[in-house]
Design a protein around this ligand. Structure first.
Ligand SMILES: *Cc1c(COP(=O)(O)O)cnc(C)c1O
Ligand code: SF4
Length: 392
């Protein structure tokens, strides 16, 4: 895929390449998401077919085995640089020794999902919207997962033995709370379920008159875009309005396959947004983020959130400073179109809080404004009063 002119690719680590289907894999297999699920990489031996693992990576795979789940789809592995352990795709999916280091203040659930959990699957934190935890399964277990304790920690779980439980109680809770007009299916990755099971859930929600929009949070467009089949899209389109947010973290993840998955969703009327996590060593520089956001716009994905990395147990080594986030936001805002700029948020027990620095200061004469080039001007209080006239 050609890169955006005017954005320097030079600073972007691991220049994006086409994913490569190994010659012994049939095209029909490569295009079949079930084949990738069956062939997931779960051992050093299988990984060695794709990568030259470093001694540290091998050690991390071994040591984390009893602690964190690990699996990688052949598709996602094909995006990795086989020789470079700092490859941004590789770092998101290959265990690192940093996961096993204890960080001060790290918690398994810093955002309080468990505190706001009302039924087996419903987390009700904001009055008008809930998340519904569908499953703990994911095609790839991202090393930076904010729900690492639940998706990846072999000792942790939302569900223990209750994942198979019926959805009756969860749907009843939503029906009994008519203030809930927005339900976000998440997990784990909801699209890990087969279409029939998903349809049961989505149609169940559509049967509740007070549910206005259904949202799906899924990383399949990035980790295994072949999962986004015409059949799946047709099924979802029967229950509109349905929205989908995915999770691209690096321009390398934007491939013809992932662009195809996005196109299928969009052609079925499902708007696609993106949530990026700011990750040390993966995407914590302006050039990478600017390329990511402009490339997302090219495949018609709307950047939604840029998450500051949470201090989650096993994830803390990916954390950056908040100043790093500010630097990136300043490198986006005004430099690219406003709808290519995500909102920079910190997820907390009291919600997701926007933490970008304001581009203005209040002064006695009015607002002092600063643009993306650092130029300043004052908007006169006589022209745009800050306070209501009768309050002056
Ligand atoms: C993120 C989240 C939502 C959805 O938030 P939006 O800002 O509307 O995308 C809802 N409930 C919980 C518990 C969440 O963490
Ligand atoms: S796909 Fe999402 S839920 Fe699953 S491990 Fe990755 S970040 Fe976590």
């Amino acid at each position: 895929m050609p890169r955006t002119p005017g954005v320097t690719d030079a600073a972007v680590p691991c220049a994006p390449d086409r994913p490569s289907r190994p010659p012994e894999v049939l095209e029909s297999e490569w295009n079949d998401w079930r084949w990738h699920m069956r062939k997931r990489i779960t051992s050093v031996k299988k990984a060695q077919r794709w990568l030259r693992l470093t001694a540290d990576e091998e050690k991390a795979i071994e040591k984390s085995a009893g602690k964190y789940r690990w699996s990688v789809t052949p598709y996602y592995a094909s995006l990795m640089d086989p020789d470079d352990p700092t490859c941004p795709v590789r770092q998101q999916a290959i265990p690192a020794l940093g996961e096993l280091v204890e960080f001060p203040g790290a918690e398994v659930d810093p955002v309080g999902d468990m505190f706001y959990r009302k039924t087996n699957r419903v987390v009700h934190k904001y009055p008008d919207r809930v998340i519904m935890l569908i499953t703990e399964a994911c095609p790839v277990y991202c090393r930076h997962c904010t729900r690492k304790f639940h998706t990846t920690d072999v000792g942790g779980s939302y569900f223990r033995d209750s994942e198979g439980e019926s959805f009756t109680e969860d749907l009843r809770y939503i029906a009994e709370h008519p203030e809930i007009r927005d339900v976000l299916l998440t997990g784990g990755d909801p699209l890990s379920y087969r279409d029939g099971k998903l349809e049961e859930i989505v149609s169940g929600l559509r049967g509740i008159p007070t549910v206005e929009i259904i949202r799906i949070g899924s990383r399949f467009p990035v980790l295994l875009p072949q999962r986004i089949t015409e059949d799946l899209c047709e099924m979802l389109a029967r229950y509109h309005p349905v929205w989908l947010n995915t999770h691209f973290n690096h321009p390398k993840e934007i491939t013809p396959e992932s662009a195809g998955a996005v196109d299928r969703l969009l052609r079925h009327g499902i708007p696609v947004g993106n949530q990026t996590v700011l990750l040390r060593g993966v995407n914590d520089d302006v050039a990478t983020m600017r390329t990511l956001m402009t490339e997302l716009l090219r495949i018609r994905v709307r950047p939604y959130y840029l998450y500051h990395c949470d201090n989650v147990t096993g994830v803390s080594h990916f954390m950056t400073s908040i100043e790093k986030g500010w630097e990136i936001m300043e490198g986006l805002q005004g430099h690219i179109t406003g709808f290519g700029v995500p909102q920079y948020v910190l997820t907390t027990r009291i919600g997701k809080i926007p933490i970008a620095q304001p581009c203005f200061t209040r002064t006695p004469d009015g607002l002092l404004l600063r643009n993306y080039r650092g130029e300043e001007m004052v908007v006169d209080d006589a022209v745009h009063p800050i306070t209501e006239p009768d309050a002056r």
